[in-house]
Design a protein around this ligand. Structure first.
Ligand code: ZN
Ligand code: ZN
Length: 457
């Protein structure tokens, strides 16, 4: 007799690393699958002794083995000293005595019937990049799409994704920032109407665990293992992906052993370009899809802006800049380097127009405010660097307050400027760097934009 498994259990667990206690199935169901050999159990945190005889921990879910990210505690469950992983704590605590489960039975077979409903046309640059990306996917080698802001990166992915889906492959688009995922979700759902698509990020409601195309923040990939036949990492240079080794490991771990991991970004680090050139291929797109150049930054001094804002005063050049936008009915974004100063600024800037608001990563109304700006019900938005990438607003004008601050590095400034002039009908716009002294990164960003506009490597 063939051993039987419940397809629902398989679809839920296939490609995932999950807490044994936290599935939507009964413990009897899970136990039966374990007994029949369809599910393997592993320790949440593996404890070994190093050569000095001291304990050394490694997390079974996120593979973190930085000893500083483990906390030992007196555990009620195993009635002894235990240790848990702080690195992936936000997805539920895993400790030495926690069981993790992985699916080891026959794998889920995904549908091969998909349609690409996107009806736009690619420019010849996009077309070439799209073909090269597909070729790399077939050859299972990593590929970097280095495409300037507003060159239509997402559309480049459509055909390679479509081809993979038609072969019944499981595909993931990962991005370090939730805003990027939120922008991608409606576009991908419209492009692939027949495909089961799920967006995963902190706080998202998961409806379909058997989704074939998954959009996920890189953090969410801690919970996957050998799941995907191809992964596209969008905005790979964004914080925190570049800063955290474990996130990069998480992406590698979520891919099947021979699956290619591709990267898509407007501002790749030199290290990433070098790394991909060694083992894969790079496609570069210098032109925006509408053919107009990237708007370059202009500098405007804003002396002692921090002091002035703290005293409840809007520095005059900033007030004038905002007033021009309000009078012309042009949507605008003003970037700040820190939340506290921005929240002070919000109070006084709202005296110019009460509908103006501020957003930051922990702001409860962040999604609504961005939508209001896009709908035109809000004239302008103050923001931290959370909106530096991924966001497209027609005819938006952009100012940076405190462009000399370290958080505005070359990549950040190029991305922020990339918000301007994305629409065919409004291919230009103001990109002003208000500063309290010009810093190297500002000049570096300006040079980079000039270089891209000249089409140089
Ligand atoms: Zn962990
Ligand atoms: Zn324990």
């Amino acid at each position: 007799m063939n051993k039987a498994f419940d397809p629902a259990v398989r679809d839920f667990l296939d490609g995932r690393v999950w807490l044994r206690r936290h599935t939507s199935f009964t413990s009897e169901q899970i136990d039966e699958h374990i007994d029949e050999g369809f599910i393997s159990v592993m320790a949440g945190v593996v404890k070994i002794k190093n050569f000095l005889g001291q304990p050394h921990y490694r997390c079974g879910r996120c593979e973190n083995d930085n000893q500083q990210l483990f906390t030992t505690f007196q555990c009620l469950a195993c009635k002894g000293p235990c240790a848990y992983c702080r690195n992936c704590l936000q997805m539920g605590r895993v400790s030495v005595c926690t069981d993790l489960i992985v699916w080891t039975g026959p794998r889920t077979e995904y549908p091969t019937d998909h349609t690409l409903a996107w009806e736009g046309t690619l420019t010849k640059h996009q077309q070439r990049a799209s073909e090269e990306l597909h070729e790399s996917t077939v050859m299972k080698q990593p590929h970097l799409i280095h495409a300037v802001c507003g060159s239509g990166k997402t559309e480049i992915l459509f055909e390679p994704i479509h081809q993979a889906l038609l072969e019944g492959k499981r595909v993931c688009i990962a991005a370090p920032r939730v805003d990027v995922i939120l922008e991608l979700e409606p576009r991908l759902k419209a492009a692939f109407p027949k495909t089961v698509i799920e967006a995963l990020y902190g706080g998202a409601d998961v409806e379909r665990f058997d989704a074939q195309l998954i959009l996920a923040t890189t953090h969410q990939l801690y919970r996957f293992r050998e799941a995907f036949d191809v992964i596209f990492v969008d905005e790979a240079d964004a914080f925190p992906y570049t800063a955290e080794q474990t996130l990069q490991q998480a992406v590698r771990k979520a891919a099947k052993p021979d699956a290619p991991v591709h990267f898509v970004t407007a501002t790749p680090s030199d290290a990433l370009i070098r790394q991909i050139r060694k083992t894969g291929a790079v496609s570069t797109i210098y032109r925006r899809y509408h053919g107009h150049p990237l708007p370059g930054p202009r500098y405007a001094p804003l002396w002692n802006y921090s002091k002035q804002l703290s005293k409840g005063k809007i520095p005059k050049p900033l007030a004038e800049w905002i007033q021009v936008r309000l009078d012309a009915d042009e949507p605008f974004l003003v970037f700040f380097h820190e939340i506290e100063l921005m929240m002070k600024a919000e109070t006084i800037i709202r005296t110019l127009d009460d509908r103006i608001r501020a957003v930051h990563s922990a702001h409860p109304d962040r999604k609504e405010h961005v939508r209001a700006l896009r709908d035109g019900t809000m004239p302008g938005l103050l923001t931290t660097t959370i909106l530096e990438r991924g966001i497209t607003i027609k005819n938006v004008q952009v100012a940076v307050v405190g462009a000399e601050q370290a958080i505005f590095d070359r990549g950040a400034l190029v991305q922020i400027g990339g918000r301007v002039g994305r629409n065919q009908d409004y291919p230009a716009g103001d990109f002003v760097l208000f500063h309290d002294g010009i810093r190297y990164a500002m000049d570096a960003a300006k040079r980079e934009i000039d270089r891209l506009n000249r089409g140089e490597d």
